[in-house]
Write a protein that binds this ligand. Structure first.
Ligand code: ADP
Ligand code: MG
Length: 224
């Protein structure tokens, strides 16, 4: 319970070679396994950059990143892809579902892309997740025929298909109405309790942030 699942040590991020902009300044932070966290801060403060570095989608200019006690900032891109597949699910503001696939197919997208039949247990897991996010009735609808809230709930189910220990969400409710926002929050909370998944959620919505167990505020690339 007390184990750190993600740790950032002395992280700096500088964009640009000629015109350098430092967007993260000496970030030190860790997250406990099973914790439910939010990150808030003004637009441009460095939230997405920090989340992308935690998720190994981006590399720090210097500093150390640990995922589940393994140092990752020195690994190759293939090694990082493996770690992401095994341990991290991502949810973004714009869900990036494939429009010509059904909700169920979108959850099973790694298999659709490889054009192989998903194993039975994975198919069952996909159905369980779609049920859990309240999409049992529309699971065979094309993504284009679902509401924004339903599409975002599909994206949550998709992020969970590999049983990740960590979910990183970048403004997952940024595009949703109040009712859908509440709904998506409740689903993330249920998943956190049921599967012990660690959540780190960037949000502009104080109602969401105030319901998380820990709020981290970023200002000008520093944690305050
Ligand atoms: P937030 O998510 O808090 O809105 P970001 O992490 O997206 O902030 O961006 C922080 C700062 O870094 C911004 O000033 C942004 O313009 C800059 N930035 C982000 N990505 C890049 C990039 N690839 N190249 C140069 N500057 C970037
Ligand atoms: Mg952002």
């Amino acid at each position: 319970m007390d184990k750190n699942i993600i740790e950032l040590k002395n992280i700096n991020k500088i964009y640009g070679k000629v015109f350098k902009t430092q967007v993260l300044h000496d970030i030190n932070i860790s997250f406990k396994e099973q914790s439910f966290n939010s990150i808030i801060g003004e637009s441009g403060s460095g939230k997405s950059t920090m989340l992308n570095i935690m998720g190994t989608l981006d590399k720090p200019t210097n500093g150390e990143v640990y995922i589940d006690s393994q140092r990752t900032d020195l690994l190759t891109s293939d090694q990082l892809a493996d770690i992401r597949n095994q341990k991290i699910g991502f949810i973004f503001q714009f869900h990036y579902l494939l429009p010509d696939f059904t909700a169920l197919e979108n959850v099973l997208i790694p298999y659709m892309i490889k054009k192989v039949n998903p194993p039975k247990d994975i198919q069952e897991k996909a159905l369980e997740l779609l049920d859990m996010v309240g999409l049992d009735k529309v699971k065979n609808n094309l993504a284009t025929n679902m509401s924004g809230g339903q599409q975002q709930r599909t994206a949550i189910a998709r992020a969970l298909i590999n049983n990740p220990k960590i979910i990183l969400a970048d403004e997952p409710t940024g595009n949703l109405d109040t009712q859908s926002t509440e709904n998506v929050y409740n689903i993330m909370r249920n998943i956190n309790e049921k599967y012990k998944t660690t959540f780190i959620i960037i949000t502009h919505d104080n109602r969401i942030a105030n319901k998380t167990d820990r709020i981290i505020e970023i200002s000008d690339g520093k944690i305050i």
